[in-house]
Design a protein around this ligand. Structure first.
Ligand code: DC
Length: 214
């Protein structure tokens, strides 16, 4: 069972993906963390995340031990991630790792949930279930601001919204693997839903899919 979850920043993909992985005993890969780790590595080295050669080198020598670092969760890391993610060579360098994770999830899991921007369209086009999780920009900014404040960051909602809109535009407009729902994705607009409602709907979709495949 491979579940692909895509959508813009702050739509609730990560929360949903983690809960589905726990519910169905699946491995979880936050593919955005790969791009964030590349962005942070470039910034740490004093480089420009928009520079293709520097960012490709960082992607090819990525330290996977960085993926759980709280440093990846800052807005600066998200912004740098969105810039390195627009570089085709960076995407190519990270693709094999993501596909290998889906094909051979860490034992004892026999399936995986991956979330990101292009999981259903590029990384796992044959995923068993594809969800595109979205919400209004204002609601996403509100959630992200609360999340950042909860982590002790000093976040201003208007600023978070402006950064989010800039990042959305970059992710949607880039030439390679832009943010878009796959043709066969189920779109979940979570603007007026809480995390439990989103989870319940997704669980129903997974069970329907499992029964249909029996
Ligand atoms: O999901 P996130 O906010 O952690 O992602 C950070 C950035 O990484 C996002 O702005 C775009 C990029 N990204 C991508 O291009 N493709 C993915 N599969 C995941 C993330």
């Amino acid at each position: 069972m491979i579940i692909a979850i895509d959508g813009p920043a702050g739509a609730g993909k990560g929360t949903l993906a983690r809960r589905l992985a726990a519910e169905f005993g699946l491995a979880y890969l936050d593919t955005g963390a790969l791009y964030r780790a590349v962005g942070v590595a470039v910034l740490d080295a004093g480089g420009d995340p928009a520079d293709a050669a520097t960012s490709e080198r960082a992607a090819r020598t990525l330290d996977l031990g960085l993926l759980d670092s709280p440093r990846l969760r800052t807005e600066a890391a998200g912004d740098a991630a969105s810039k390195v993610a627009a570089i085709p060579e960076v995407r190519a360098a990270l693709l094999d790792f993501q596909r290998a994770f889906a094909a051979n999830p860490p034992s004892p899991c026999t399936g995986a949930v991956l979330d990101g921007r292009d999981v259903g369209t590029v990384v796992c086009p044959a995923a068993d279930l594809k969800l595109f999780v979205t919400a209004s920009a204002e609601e996403r900014a509100r959630r992200r601001t609360l999340e950042l404040r909860g982590k002790g960051f000093d976040a201003i909602q208007e600023r978070v919204l402006a950064d989010m809109l800039a990042r959305d535009e970059r992710d949607r407009e880039r030439k390679v693997a832009p943010l878009a729902p796959a043709n066969d994705a189920v779109v979940l607009d979570t603007t007026d839903m809480d995390a439990d409602m989103v989870f319940d709907q997704a669980v129903t979709l997974v069970r329907k899919k499992t029964i249909a495949d029996l």
